[in-house]
Ligand binder design. Structure first.
Ligand code: PLP
Length: 258
């Protein structure tokens, strides 16, 4: 059994492909990774990114899918419409061989830098060529708002955003990071099940939590847990790691925790 991360390359290892593979390996899932973009960053600054050559992405996906027994896919930063089209083509081609596909629709770095280009075209391709093959999507509140063109004013408004995302063909929606001064809530929505999961806020400026959370969900799904169980287990697992890491700061600004 093998998981594949298709995401951006962050040289710090705090986010993207490197982080996804670390999380999956820690959960006992063998994993491979294909970069969609190369980012230029450390824990203090985000200087920019560029997409990998589309021919590289195409050939790499074909080589991996035709060779390795990929059972789960985690998609993170995609970057460009062209990359999104290529990934959509391969999801369609290999979907019947894959048990779980989890999408973290990364739109912005924690250091406030946009991680995609050509907004309208990009979002359109995401919705039409990728969403129909996705089992679980894990946007934060900002990403969910961009994807649905709705601004939630209260916590309970997240249900409306989930219904819109479900209408694109995604089975499970997990909106992360509704925050108050002391707490954060994640919202889980699957058919008739919808609930909030509350955690005390941790002090710290973390990097790559979205990547780690969605990879952990994929890991627990591949271990045979239901979506609801995988969500709770991933949340608790990540929380423990973040808590441990607050004792030892690595990097100048955002903390690396794995
Ligand atoms: N993916 C890549 C490749 C990144 O470089 C980043 C941020 O730098 C992200 C995802 C998003 O990371 P975060 O979870 O910190 O927002």
């Amino acid at each position: 059994m093998l998981a594949l991360s298709i995401a951006g390359f962050d040289p710090t290892g705090g986010a993207g492909v490197l982080n996804d593979v670390k999380v999956l390996n820690l959960l006992g899932i063998k994993s491979a990774g294909i970069p969609t973009t190369l980012t230029l960053q450390n824990t203090s600054v985000f200087k920019g990114w560029e997409p990998v050559n589309p021919d590289y992405l195409k050939s790499s996906l074909e080589l991996i899918f035709s060779d390795l027994p990929v059972k789960g896919i985690k998609i993170g930063m995609i970057g460009t419409s062209e990359n999104a089209e290529i990934i959509g083509y391969f999801l369609k081609k290999y979907r019947n061989k894959i048990s779980w596909i989890v999408l973290d629709p990364v739109l912005q770095a924690s250091l406030n830098y946009p991680l995609f280009s050509s907004k309208e075209e990009y979002l359109n391709i995401l919705k039409t060529k990728i969403f129909p093959y996705v089992d679980v999507i894990t946007p934060n509140v900002f990403e969910a708002s961009v994807l649905t063109e709705k601004i939630p004013k209260k916590k309970k408004d997240l249900l409306e955003l989930c219904k819109i995302l479900i209408s694109f063909g995604i089975k499970v929606i997990i909106i992360t990071g509704w925050e108050s001064e002391l707490f954060t809530w994640d919202f889980f929505c699957e058919k008739d099940k919808a609930f909030f999961f509350k955690k005390k806020k941790l002090k710290g400026n973390f990097h790559g939590t979205g990547c780690a959370f969605s990879s952990a969900i994929l890991g627990f799904l591949l271990k045979g847990f239901s979506c609801k169980e995988a969500f709770k287990k991933a949340k608790n697992w990540l929380y423990l790691y973040l808590k441990k890491s607050t004792k030892e700061k690595i990097g100048g600004n955002l903390w690396l925790f794995l």
